[in-house]
Design a protein around this ligand. Structure first.
Ligand SMILES: [Zn+2]
Ligand SMILES: [Zn+2]
Length: 315
């Protein structure tokens, strides 16, 4: 039996002064020790986690990286803007890197292979390291032809900053009774817990797909790499936990392939298509769903076709 040796790429260590902002974002929620936190702040934290996780998975991932549905040019901008409120950089940066991961999953070229580079590097090391800071516009050429998306990709902090200001103003009104309370504990506690804490949890929810989902869980399909399926991670990430399904058939809008595989992003996308904001959602053909690997899928498709032909001849 031939044994192939894997030679990892050289990956550079983070330049600490470049990553201060990322570290500070993680520390800011602790400032609530001085401001306290109200029930409203915690509600905002929960809502912003869920809402923004939807735009991360339904926007960055299922639209920009995989084009698993279609939409209008104006709503495409809304999707990019909403996804970027997560402070996970520009939609073009995010999607180009993800396309690279899908193409090279668990090979040395994969920027966040847990198998090759370990848990911490796949979880957060590749993000804080200096090697993947730039947007590969060629890989995302189908979207980088839109100047408004290139602008938003460049000024990627505009959406999260606007959201942070809006959240602080809302906190001032609800906790303090007036918008003039923005720079008191009333507004700041909503900023620290509602905005920053949910942003940090959202980071690690998203990152867990790159790390944990290539290690723990079950593999239904033989994809030749390490992706897994996990119900609890699918619940936390609104459907992204069906990661082995996704690596097997990445073009589908849904990642839960069976009715019992809860995929909240898919349900919301169905809702958006019902009101006409998006369309042409891609499903999962039966020969994919019920196969074990790509060869088996081809065999199943042939069987289905010959069965259909026999039925047509009999009719
Ligand atoms: Zn993956
Ligand atoms: Zn993907």
């Amino acid at each position: 039996m031939s044994q192939t040796t894997i030679t990892p790429e050289v990956r550079n260590k983070p330049i600490l002064k470049q990553e201060i902002a990322f570290a500070v974002v993680h520390l800011i929620p602790l400032a609530a020790i001085w401001t306290g936190a109200t029930l409203f702040d915690w509600v905002v934290c929960g809502v912003l986690y869920v809402v923004r996780m939807f735009w991360v998975t339904g926007g960055y991932h299922r639209y920009f990286a995989h084009k698993s549905y279609k939409t209008s040019r104006w709503f495409q901008f809304v999707i990019a803007f909403m996804a970027q409120t997560s402070a996970q950089k520009g939609a073009l940066w995010w999607a180009a890197h993800h396309r690279h991961h899908q193409r090279h999953s668990d090979t040395p070229a994969d920027q966040h292979s847990m198998k090759i580079y370990g848990f911490w590097y796949s979880h957060v090391g590749w993000i804080v390291g200096p090697d993947f800071k730039k947007t590969d516009f060629k890989t995302i050429g189908d979207f980088s032809k839109y100047p408004e998306l290139v602008w938003l990709n460049k000024y990627h902090l505009v959406p999260p900053v606007l959201l942070a200001v809006a959240v602080t103003a809302l906190g001032a009104i609800v906790n303090g009774g007036s918008i003039t309370m923005m720079f008191t504990s009333a507004g700041l506690s909503t900023l620290f817990i509602g905005f920053f804490l949910s942003t940090v949890i959202l980071y690690h929810g998203t990152f867990s797909i790159n790390s944990i989902m290539h290690k723990f869980g079950k593999q239904r399909y033989d994809t030749g790499e390490e992706s897994k399926n996990s119900l609890w991670l699918a619940l936390l990430t609104l459907g992204e936990g069906w990661h082995n399904n996704h690596h097997y058939y990445e073009t589908a809008s849904r990642q839960g392939f069976f009715w019992w595989e809860i995929d909240i992003t898919w349900y919301i996308l169905k809702g958006l298509s019902t009101v006409g904001l998006i369309w042409d959602l891609k499903g999962v053909p039966n020969h994919i769903k019920f196969s074990k690997n790509k060869q088996h899928a081809i065999q199943l498709r042939k069987e289905q076709e010959s069965k259909r032909q026999t039925e047509e001849q009999a009719a």
